[in-house]
Design a protein around this ligand. Structure first.
Ligand code: UDP
Ligand code: MG
Length: 323
């Protein structure tokens, strides 16, 4: 049985030697598994590309897909998925936050019959804003999404051939891997592990990107924000109608109206104005994503490959990049 391990790499020169060493050690322990690693070089500007080339030269089981620029974490994962033709596919990060030593456990669960294996962290090492952000996002996502993701899982996990095939067949451009993995269904099993802190280097996902990632997750997996806005509209206009009636009746009955209410007026006008702008922005979030989908641009563009045959999908994108 063969196994492909997909690892997106963006400026990870400090982590690559340790990663390849620990990967080899961990994978050698698995019997009867023909494994290989597909590194996706996501437009690294440091020594990563050269180092990946050297790993490939030293051991042909380390393959590389080199993207033409930095397309982002999720796009890099998609690129790896498109190139992995294996009985099972493991996805993990390059910064050693996902320990390679867990791979045999994932494979064991798969051999016992699981079609998708999620690596769930018992503990997490990040601190400060990032940690608060992650917690907040998972709470929000659980409430908002029709297909919640297990709160302590990220991209780390295994998909069998059928599940990987299902993922590859998804047509969208905005790809939120954990959400889509939950959406495709199949028998999912959980394996626990202790998540390490990033071994070396700064996080490559800036806070802004993480926010973008989170909103991709929310807007592509839920219509709830739209329903909430509709609900708020109904509530506020109902309130306005009742208030209007009260004043109208008072006027008709000739009840004296006090010349007050300037503060109320300002508060109401700014409040309603704010809600309206927010709703517009929210619509914009959906619209811009619809626009991205309609353009049908490829998710990534491959510059070159080491040790992996071109996938059907990316070949067409390369051809169509011509005249
Ligand atoms: N990564 C990537 N492209 C990017 C940003 C990150 O391929 O534009 C890779 C990075 O090399 C790492 C993984 O994605 O292997 C996760 O990145 P990071 O550790 O910065 O994210 P976090 O752990 O904070 O979610
Ligand atoms: Mg990380």
């Amino acid at each position: 049985m063969n196994l492909a391990i997909i690892i997106p790499v963006y400026n990870e020169q400090e982590n690559l030697p340790e990663l390849t060493r620990r990967l080899t050690a961990a994978c050698e322990t698995m019997e009867g598994i023909d494994w290989r690693v597909i590194f996706v070089n996501d437009g690294s500007t440091d020594e990563s590309w050269r180092m990946l080339g050297e790993s490939h030269a030293a051991d042909a089981r380390f393959c590389v897909v080199d993207l033409s620029r930095n397309f982002g974490h999720q796009a890099a994962i998609s690129a790896g998925m498109m190139h992995a033709d294996a009985d099972a596919v493991v996805v993990m990060d390059a910064d050693l936050q996902d320990p390679p030593e867990v791979i045999p456990d994932l494979v064991a669960a798969w051999r016992e019959g699981a079609q998708i294996v999620l690596a769930e962290r018992r503990t997490r090492q990040e601190r400060g804003l990032r940690r608060v952000g992650f917690e907040l996002f998972h709470r929000l996502f659980k409430w908002i999404s029709d297909f919640p993701v297990a709160p302590r899982t990220g991209v780390f996990g295994l998909l069998n051939r059928q599940a990987a095939e299902a993922f590859r067949s998804l047509p969208e451009t905005n790809r939120f891997f954990p959400g889509l993995r939950s959406w495709i269904g199949f028998d999912q099993r959980i394996v626990h592990y202790d998540r390490a802190d990033r071994a070396a280097g700064r996080p490559k996902q800036t806070l802004r990107r993480l926010v973008r990632y989170a909103s991709d997750g929310i807007f592509s997996f839920s219509h709830k924000p739209l329903h909430l806005m509709t609900g708020a509209g109904v509530l506020i206009s109902g309130f306005g109608f009742v208030l209007g009636m009260v004043f109208l009746v008072k006027r008709l009955l000739g009840v004296e109206q006090a010349q007050m209410g300037f503060t109320t007026l300002i508060v109401v006008v700014t409040f309603i104005g704010g809600i309206q702008l927010m709703s517009l922005g929210l619509l914009g979030q959906y619209l811009s994503r619809v626009y991205d989908e309609v353009k049908r641009r490829p998710i990534y563009i491959v510059r070159q490959r080491l040790g992996v045959p071109g996938s059907a999908e990316s070949q067409t994108t390369e051809e169509s990049a011509g005249p």
